[in-house]
Write a protein that binds this ligand. Structure first.
Ligand code: UT7
Length: 330
């Protein structure tokens, strides 16, 4: 069950107007087409550094140090090898605990919840620290106006502990899925073995920067997140009308509005922090969970759905009754 939340965003705020100085774009376009006014950009901090900060806060919120495993969900790893989780665990002073990364695009956190809650309910570990962290802007081509205006950096973390099915804070059921036939719609072509083993000559396609077919990803995000939420609600024997809040991947306010419309949700049920942080990839769901809990927008007893969609393609949803839980965001 959910026993503590933490989040960290780097201090540097980059406004739309600042981006307009170097890109052919406008504040009006970014706000109306995406819903972002500003984002946080990590300077001198990489994904593991952000993860350590969010992890410290989640441990403080849960008031525990007896962690059995650390899982890091990220699409912007510090290095291709090794995974970042072992370094996060040791920098948090957690010793030689189990530690590994999960790569499932922007769905990595909700995939991570499924894995972490299985590890806890199976009895393998008494508690798990799951962190989603992204210094994603390092992977964005600064000259690509389509992607450079969307992303921001940040991290969110949760501590999961053993509990009883059905009690507040217990996670599940889960709906997880993927569509590898659309792997190229949002991807980073360079930096991996494919670029090194198959490239005949260096091209812009081998650059280690994100490439995205925005309109197609938009459509598939709406379809797959909506379908995934419907499935998880059916498994949980409840309907959209029973929900107090939906925390969905923060990619674009128009995606959130379309998912809300399709599910028959009111605007107040679909939470959003997009305007101040942009799309923080896998970190977006736990960042919003932690911020909403800290601000009082999420309260004990509320029925909440978490939903995500991202590169892979992947999607994932789960449902929980919000527990009495601390959240540390500053
Ligand atoms: O987190 C992983 C999953 N990612 C997502 O879910 C992102 C999904 N996609 C999106 O959110 C949207 O597709 C974008 C925000 C990326 C793009 O918005 P769009 O409304 O789909 O734009 P578009 O690509 O259809 O382009 C519309 C117009 C084009 O101009 P013309 O051809 O109509 O003259 C673009 O060149 O907007 C232009 N444009 C821009 N204009 C000003 C594209 N980017 C910009 C920009 N500023 N930054």
């Amino acid at each position: 069950m959910l026993a503590g939340l933490g989040a960290y965003v780097p201090p540097r705020v980059v406004s739309n107007l600042e981006l307009c100085d170097r890109l052919d774009t406008s504040d009006e376009w970014i706000r109306s087409r995406i819903g972002v006014s500003s984002r946080r950009i990590a300077e001198g901090e990489a994904t593991v550094d952000l993860a350590v900060r969010a992890g410290q806060r989640a441990l403080a919120a849960a008031d525990r140090r007896d962690i059995g495993a650390v899982i890091l969900a990220t699409t912007s790893a510090d290095r291709l090898c090794p995974a970042g989780a072992p370094e996060v665990a040791s920098r948090l002073g957690l010793g030689s605990v189990a530690a590994f990364d999960i790569a499932a695009g922007c769905s990595g956190f909700v995939y991570g919840l499924a894995v972490a809650s299985s590890l806890v309910t199976s009895g393998a570990f008494g508690s798990v620290l799951l962190i989603a962290s992204e210094a994603f802007t390092a992977l964005v081509d600064p000259s690509d106006r389509l992607t450079a205006v969307i992303f921001g950096d940040g991290a969110g973390a949760v501590v999961l502990t053993a509990g009883h099915a059905g009690q507040p804070g217990a996670l599940g059921p889960f709906d997880l899925g993927s569509d590898g036939t659309n792997a190229d719609l949002v991807h980073i072509p360079g930096g991996g073995t494919r670029a090194k083993k198959k490239a005949q000559a260096p091209t812009t396609d081998s650059a280690p920067f994100l490439r995205m077919n925005g309109p197609q990803v938009f459509e598939l995000a709406v379809t797959n997140m909506s379908r995934s939420v419907r499935r998880v609600l059916a498994q949980a024997n409840c309907s959209a009308a029973d929900l107090d809040a939906v925390i969905a991947h923060q990619a674009n306010q128009r995606i959130l509005d379309a998912v809300a419309d399709g599910l028959g949700l009111g605007a107040h049920q679909m939470l959003s922090n997009l305007t101040h942080v942009g799309n923080t990839a896998a970190a977006s769901v736990p960042l919003l969970m932690a911020q909403a809990a800290a601000s009082g927008a999420l309260c004990a007893g509320q029925r909440v759905v978490l939903a995500s969609f991202g590169a892979g393609l992947t999607w994932a949803s789960t449902v929980l009754t919000w527990p009495k839980v601390h959240s540390v965001v500053e």
